[in-house]
Each structure stands twice: as structure tokens, then as C-alpha cells.
Design a protein around this ligand. Structure first.
Ligand code: CA
Ligand code: CA
Length: 300
């Protein structure tokens, strides 16, 4: 099985990057990923010395492994990425930073909390352990236009911080450049909706994925499917812009799949759609997801 080391790192979704490997649709790949500070924060006292340096005006935060060139992928196709497994490293960290997140005004000094992860539990203290919920923060393909740094998100993905991107999920991504140029990183041991204090449980990991390609299926934004759910995504500088994107995307899917009109789609979404915040304080953008149950269509 093809394995890509975590030293094959990039900090943007971009058509100008050289692929680190060429992959055929149907292939399974293991990607080693680094934590959001590229392995430089191992002890609480590293918190200030591990602050990411800027490159091209953007801090080198959220290293992503890749890009992978997918053979046969062309603009106007859709890439599918099945998340088969996420193996976490043995420890991660959380951060409290002045002015960041909803409790940012209470932070006296920037603090890192190192969290050992053993036997499926994140060990916050002797009293506090919580079961891990591994997820992928950054996943995306290269945009045709201006590169998107991995601390941001765009129409082809990036720092989506969507907790549903986990084992068993299929991620659909737009292809805008030849080869798609897939990148993946910023794995979290767990992250609550909203990423309220600005960072999740940031960890190195090994992610096993299977790549697929759907020819001629143009997509506007990333989309997910789990066993039970269809999940559209949205992003923007504020909650309402992000939410409107995700809601419209889902409405279009329901209209196409079930021959509804817009009014019916809206009413159905009101009845059964769950709009959820993904990340609102960990980056400069708000990201959201809209979950709708998969409908089992019955014959006449
Ligand atoms: Ca993130
Ligand atoms: Ca992160």
C-alpha cells in the first residue's frame, strides 16, 4: 500500500505545488499527518517557541500531507475520498490564547495543555478522561484560481474542521485542476462543534483513505455522506453567509433527487435538516454543515 510520510508537507491548496505521489482511482493510500504546529509543540514550555513562522504572508499552521495527483482527474470531475481509518499518535495539545475564542478575554497568558491519548481515551487529568473522536480538520483539492492557505477554507475545501470527516465517511471534493492535487492534515483527537477556544485536540496521525473519481460531476462545494446522512458544507466570514451556502446546496440536492420545487425543499429542510456549526473561533472563517437523513425511496 502506498504510504506518504509526514515530511511531505504543504501549507496551501494550490495548483503550483509539485505532486508528492501519483495515485490511480480505486487505490488505497496511507497518509502520515503532522499536528497543526508541525511537531514543534511537545511540552507546555514549547508554546511560545513553536509559534508558526509566516511564509508568503501566512503563518505555516496546519501542515497538510500531499498533494496527491489523481490520475485521470480533470476539471469538472468529482473526487471521492473514503476515510477508512484514523490512527492517532500518543499525545496531543490544546491551546488557550489571549483574545481567541469565547473565553479569550479570560486568558492571562498563552497556555498549552499536553494531553496523553491511551486506550481510546484523552487523559485531561486524573479526574477527566473523554473518549476520543478522531476527525480530519484539513482536506481539499487545489483551486483553479488563487491558492488557499491551509489555515483557510475555500470552494475546494481546506480548513473545514468538520467533525463528520471521520472513519466511515465519504468526502466528495470538486476537481478544478488536472490531477485534483489532494491534501489532507490537521487531524484532531476530538473537537466540539464551534471549536470554542480556537484549537481542537491537535495530534499527529496516520490516515488510511481510498480514492475514487466520478467523471463529469461538477461540484460547487465539498459534500459528505455517512451511512445515514447527507451533509452539505458552507463557509464565510459570518455565520449567515456560511449557513445560506450549506442550505442552498442541500436544497438543490433534494430538488434533484426527489423532483421537488424550492418551496417543498425549504419546508422539508425545516422539518428534518440539522444545521451545525463546525468551526467559528479557530480561524478567520466560519464553517458549517447541514445534515439531512438519507431518504430510502420506496417503489410505487
Ligand atoms: Ca483546523
Ligand atoms: Ca486544528
Amino acid at each position: 500500500m502506498l504510504r506518504i510520510g509526514r515530511e511531505k508537507v504543504c501549507y496551501e491548496l494550490s495548483s503550483r505545488l509539485k505532486p508528492v505521489a501519483f495515485v490511480k482511482p480505486g487505490e488505497t493510500v496511507v497518509l502520515e499527518t503532522d499536528d497543526s504546529r508541525t511537531g514543534r509543540l511537545k511540552r507546555p514550555e514549547d508554546v511560545l517557541t513553536s509559534v508558526p513562522e509566516p511564509r508568503n504572508g501566512n503563518p505555516m499552521v496546519n501542515p497538510a500531507t500531499g498533494p496527491l495527483y489523481i490520475r485521470g482527474a480533470e476539471p469538472g470531475d468529482a473526487l471521492t475520498v473514503d476515510i477508512l481509518d484514523i490512527k492517532l499518535g500518543s499525545q496531543g495539545y490544546l491551546l488557550a490564547k489571549k483574545g481567541v475564542g469565547l473565553l479569550g478575554d479570560t486568558v492571562r497568558e498563552t497556555t498549552a495543555w499536553i494531553i496523553p491519548v491511551t486506550e481510546g481515551q484523552a487523559r485531561f487529568s486524573h479526574q477527566i478522561s473523554l473518549p476520543i473522536r478522531p476527525m480530519i480538520g484539513v482536506i481539499g483539492t487545489a483551486p483553479a484560481g488563487v491558492p488557499v492557505p491551509t489555515m483557510y477554507v475555500g470552494d475546494t475545501g481546506g480548513n473545514m474542521d468538520n467533525p463528520r470527516i471521520t472513519t466511515g465517511t465519504r468526502v466528495f471534493l470538486p476537481v478544478q485542476v488536472p490531477g485534483a492535487l489532494l491534501v489532507l492534515g490537521d487531524v484532531h483527537g476530538m473537537m466540539g462543534d464551534g471549536e470554542l477556544n480556537g484549537t481542537a485536540l491537535e495530534m499527529p496521525a496516520e490516515v488510511v483513505i481510498r480514492i475514487g473519481l466520478i467523471k463529469g460531476q461538477e461540484m460547487a462545494l465539498p459534500y459528505l455522506e455517512t451511512a445515514d446522512l447527507m451533509i452539505t458544507t458552507g463557509y464565510g466570514s459570518n455565520f449567515f453567509d456560511a449557513a445560506r451556502q450549506a442550505v442552498r446546496e442541500m436544497a438543490v440536492r433534494l430538488i434533484d433527487a426527489h423532483n421537488l420545487n424550492w418551496e417543498e425543499a425549504g419546508m422539508l429542510l425545516s422539518a428534518a435538516g440539522n444545521l451545525r456549526i463546525c468551526q467559528s473561533f479557530g480561524g478567520p472563517e466560519v464553517t458549517v454543515r447541514l445534515e439531512f437523513p438519507k431518504i430510502q425511496t420506496t417503489g410505487e
